[in-house]
Design a protein around this ligand. Structure first.
Ligand SMILES: CC(C)(COP(=O)(O)OP(=O)(O)OC[C@H]1O[C@@H](n2cnc3c(N)ncnc32)[C@H](O)[C@@H]1OP(=O)(O)O)[C@@H](O)C(=O)NCCC(=O)NCCS
Length: 150
Protein backbone atom coordinates (compact mmCIF):
# COMPACT_ATOMS: atom_id res chain seq x y z
CA UNK A 1 0.00 0.00 0.00
CA UNK A 2 1.32 3.44 -0.77
CA UNK A 3 1.97 5.45 2.37
CA UNK A 4 -0.69 8.04 3.13
CA UNK A 5 0.53 11.60 3.64
CA UNK A 6 -1.73 13.54 5.93
CA UNK A 7 -1.69 17.10 7.14
CA UNK A 8 -3.28 17.74 10.48
CA UNK A 9 -4.60 20.83 12.18
CA UNK A 10 -6.78 21.61 15.18
CA UNK A 11 -10.46 21.19 14.30
CA UNK A 12 -12.11 24.54 13.57
CA UNK A 13 -15.69 25.55 14.29
CA UNK A 14 -15.99 25.97 10.52
CA UNK A 15 -15.19 22.24 10.09
CA UNK A 16 -18.23 21.20 12.09
CA UNK A 17 -20.77 21.16 9.28
CA UNK A 18 -18.55 18.64 7.45
CA UNK A 19 -17.69 16.75 10.65
CA UNK A 20 -21.33 16.35 11.70
CA UNK A 21 -22.33 15.13 8.21
CA UNK A 22 -19.52 12.55 8.16
CA UNK A 23 -20.29 11.53 11.73
CA UNK A 24 -23.96 10.88 10.88
CA UNK A 25 -22.97 8.73 7.91
CA UNK A 26 -20.27 6.68 9.69
CA UNK A 27 -21.59 5.88 13.17
CA UNK A 28 -24.55 3.90 14.45
CA UNK A 29 -24.82 6.33 17.38
CA UNK A 30 -23.39 9.56 15.98
CA UNK A 31 -22.29 12.49 18.09
CA UNK A 32 -24.50 15.53 17.71
CA UNK A 33 -23.36 19.00 16.74
CA UNK A 34 -23.68 19.87 20.43
CA UNK A 35 -21.31 17.05 21.40
CA UNK A 36 -18.65 18.46 19.06
CA UNK A 37 -19.28 22.03 20.28
CA UNK A 38 -18.81 20.78 23.85
CA UNK A 39 -15.60 18.91 22.99
CA UNK A 40 -14.11 22.04 21.40
CA UNK A 41 -15.25 24.24 24.29
CA UNK A 42 -13.82 21.79 26.83
CA UNK A 43 -10.39 22.05 25.22
CA UNK A 44 -10.14 18.42 24.18
CA UNK A 45 -7.59 17.67 21.47
CA UNK A 46 -9.82 17.91 18.39
CA UNK A 47 -8.03 17.28 15.08
CA UNK A 48 -8.92 17.47 11.42
CA UNK A 49 -6.76 15.50 8.96
CA UNK A 50 -6.41 16.47 5.33
CA UNK A 51 -4.90 14.85 2.28
CA UNK A 52 -3.82 17.31 -0.41
CA UNK A 53 -6.02 19.90 1.26
CA UNK A 54 -9.14 17.73 1.37
CA UNK A 55 -10.46 16.71 4.82
CA UNK A 56 -10.49 12.92 5.18
CA UNK A 57 -10.63 12.21 8.91
CA UNK A 58 -11.11 13.71 12.35
CA UNK A 59 -10.35 12.60 15.89
CA UNK A 60 -10.90 13.73 19.47
CA UNK A 61 -8.80 12.87 22.51
CA UNK A 62 -9.57 13.84 26.09
CA UNK A 63 -6.65 13.88 28.54
CA UNK A 64 -7.10 13.30 32.26
CA UNK A 65 -3.90 13.33 34.33
CA UNK A 66 -1.69 10.70 32.70
CA UNK A 67 -4.53 9.05 30.78
CA UNK A 68 -5.57 9.77 27.21
CA UNK A 69 -9.09 8.80 26.17
CA UNK A 70 -9.70 8.40 22.47
CA UNK A 71 -13.29 9.59 22.14
CA UNK A 72 -13.72 9.70 18.39
CA UNK A 73 -11.77 8.55 15.33
CA UNK A 74 -13.52 8.70 11.98
CA UNK A 75 -12.35 8.36 8.38
CA UNK A 76 -14.66 9.36 5.51
CA UNK A 77 -16.26 6.42 3.71
CA UNK A 78 -14.55 6.91 0.33
CA UNK A 79 -11.13 6.96 2.00
CA UNK A 80 -11.51 3.96 4.30
CA UNK A 81 -9.15 1.02 3.97
CA UNK A 82 -6.21 3.09 2.71
CA UNK A 83 -4.25 3.30 5.95
CA UNK A 84 -5.62 6.65 7.08
CA UNK A 85 -7.15 5.32 10.31
CA UNK A 86 -3.88 3.64 11.24
CA UNK A 87 -1.90 6.80 10.44
CA UNK A 88 -4.25 8.96 12.52
CA UNK A 89 -4.09 6.52 15.43
CA UNK A 90 -0.30 6.51 15.32
CA UNK A 91 -0.27 10.33 15.36
CA UNK A 92 -2.69 10.47 18.30
CA UNK A 93 -0.65 7.99 20.34
CA UNK A 94 2.56 9.94 19.62
CA UNK A 95 0.86 13.18 20.68
CA UNK A 96 -0.47 11.61 23.88
CA UNK A 97 2.96 10.20 24.73
CA UNK A 98 4.58 13.59 24.14
CA UNK A 99 2.05 15.19 26.48
CA UNK A 100 2.90 12.78 29.26
CA UNK A 101 0.14 10.20 29.00
CA UNK A 102 1.07 6.72 30.22
CA UNK A 103 -1.91 4.91 28.75
CA UNK A 104 -4.65 5.43 26.20
CA UNK A 105 -8.18 4.09 26.67
CA UNK A 106 -11.09 3.77 24.30
CA UNK A 107 -14.47 2.10 23.95
CA UNK A 108 -15.58 0.37 20.80
CA UNK A 109 -18.87 -1.21 19.80
CA UNK A 110 -18.61 -4.98 19.93
CA UNK A 111 -19.88 -5.35 16.34
CA UNK A 112 -17.41 -2.80 14.93
CA UNK A 113 -15.03 -5.42 13.59
CA UNK A 114 -12.98 -3.02 11.46
CA UNK A 115 -12.26 -0.71 14.40
CA UNK A 116 -11.55 -3.67 16.68
CA UNK A 117 -9.09 -5.04 14.11
CA UNK A 118 -7.41 -1.65 13.81
CA UNK A 119 -6.98 -1.24 17.56
CA UNK A 120 -5.87 -4.84 18.16
CA UNK A 121 -3.38 -4.77 15.31
CA UNK A 122 -1.85 -1.58 16.74
CA UNK A 123 -1.37 -3.04 20.22
CA UNK A 124 -4.55 -2.15 22.13
CA UNK A 125 -5.74 -4.84 24.52
CA UNK A 126 -9.31 -5.49 25.59
CA UNK A 127 -9.54 -4.92 29.34
CA UNK A 128 -13.28 -4.89 29.96
CA UNK A 129 -16.78 -4.63 28.68
CA UNK A 130 -19.56 -2.12 29.36
CA UNK A 131 -22.86 -3.98 29.13
CA UNK A 132 -25.48 -2.33 26.93
CA UNK A 133 -23.38 0.80 26.51
CA UNK A 134 -24.56 1.59 22.97
CA UNK A 135 -28.10 1.81 21.59
CA UNK A 136 -28.70 -0.81 18.88
CA UNK A 137 -31.31 -1.45 16.20
CA UNK A 138 -32.92 -4.22 18.23
CA UNK A 139 -31.11 -4.44 21.53
CA UNK A 140 -28.43 -2.39 23.22
CA UNK A 141 -24.88 -3.42 22.46
CA UNK A 142 -21.81 -3.86 24.65
CA UNK A 143 -18.73 -1.68 24.45
CA UNK A 144 -15.31 -3.30 24.56
CA UNK A 145 -12.95 -1.20 26.68
CA UNK A 146 -9.41 -1.20 25.34
CA UNK A 147 -6.10 0.08 26.67
CA UNK A 148 -2.75 0.86 25.10
CA UNK A 149 0.31 1.38 27.26
CA UNK A 150 2.24 4.33 25.89
C1 LIG B 1 -12.41 2.25 11.96
C2 LIG B 1 -11.77 3.25 10.98
C3 LIG B 1 -11.31 4.50 11.73
C4 LIG B 1 -10.56 2.57 10.32
O1 LIG B 1 -9.96 3.51 9.43
P1 LIG B 1 -9.41 3.05 8.00
O2 LIG B 1 -8.69 4.20 7.42
O3 LIG B 1 -10.52 2.47 7.22
O4 LIG B 1 -8.40 1.87 8.43
P2 LIG B 1 -6.96 1.56 7.80
O5 LIG B 1 -7.07 1.49 6.30
O6 LIG B 1 -5.95 2.46 8.38
O7 LIG B 1 -6.73 0.08 8.34
C5 LIG B 1 -6.18 -0.08 9.63
C6 LIG B 1 -6.53 -1.47 10.15
O8 LIG B 1 -7.93 -1.59 10.31
C7 LIG B 1 -8.30 -2.93 9.99
N1 LIG B 1 -9.17 -2.89 8.82
C8 LIG B 1 -9.31 -1.91 7.91
N2 LIG B 1 -10.25 -2.22 7.01
C9 LIG B 1 -10.70 -3.44 7.37
C10 LIG B 1 -11.71 -4.31 6.85
N3 LIG B 1 -12.42 -3.98 5.78
N4 LIG B 1 -11.93 -5.47 7.49
C11 LIG B 1 -11.23 -5.82 8.59
N5 LIG B 1 -10.26 -5.03 9.13
C12 LIG B 1 -10.02 -3.86 8.52
C13 LIG B 1 -7.03 -3.68 9.72
O9 LIG B 1 -6.55 -4.18 10.96
C14 LIG B 1 -6.13 -2.59 9.23
O10 LIG B 1 -4.77 -2.86 9.44
P3 LIG B 1 -3.88 -3.52 8.25
O11 LIG B 1 -4.11 -2.67 7.03
O12 LIG B 1 -2.50 -3.47 8.77
O13 LIG B 1 -4.45 -4.90 8.07
C15 LIG B 1 -12.77 3.64 9.83
O14 LIG B 1 -13.21 2.48 9.18
C16 LIG B 1 -13.97 4.44 10.32
O15 LIG B 1 -13.92 5.66 10.36
N6 LIG B 1 -15.08 3.75 10.66
C17 LIG B 1 -16.32 4.42 11.06
C18 LIG B 1 -16.17 5.14 12.38
C19 LIG B 1 -15.67 4.21 13.46
O16 LIG B 1 -16.13 3.09 13.61
N7 LIG B 1 -14.69 4.70 14.24
C20 LIG B 1 -14.13 3.96 15.34
C21 LIG B 1 -15.03 4.06 16.53
S1 LIG B 1 -14.31 3.32 17.98
Amino acid sequence: MTEVRLECRPMLASDLEWVVAVEASRHASPWSRGNFDDALAAGYACWTFLERGVPVAYAIVMSVLDEAHLLNLTVTAPQQGRGIGAAVLSFLLDQSRQHGAAQCFLEVRESNLVALALYRSRGFQAIGRRKGYYPGRQAREDAIVMRYRL
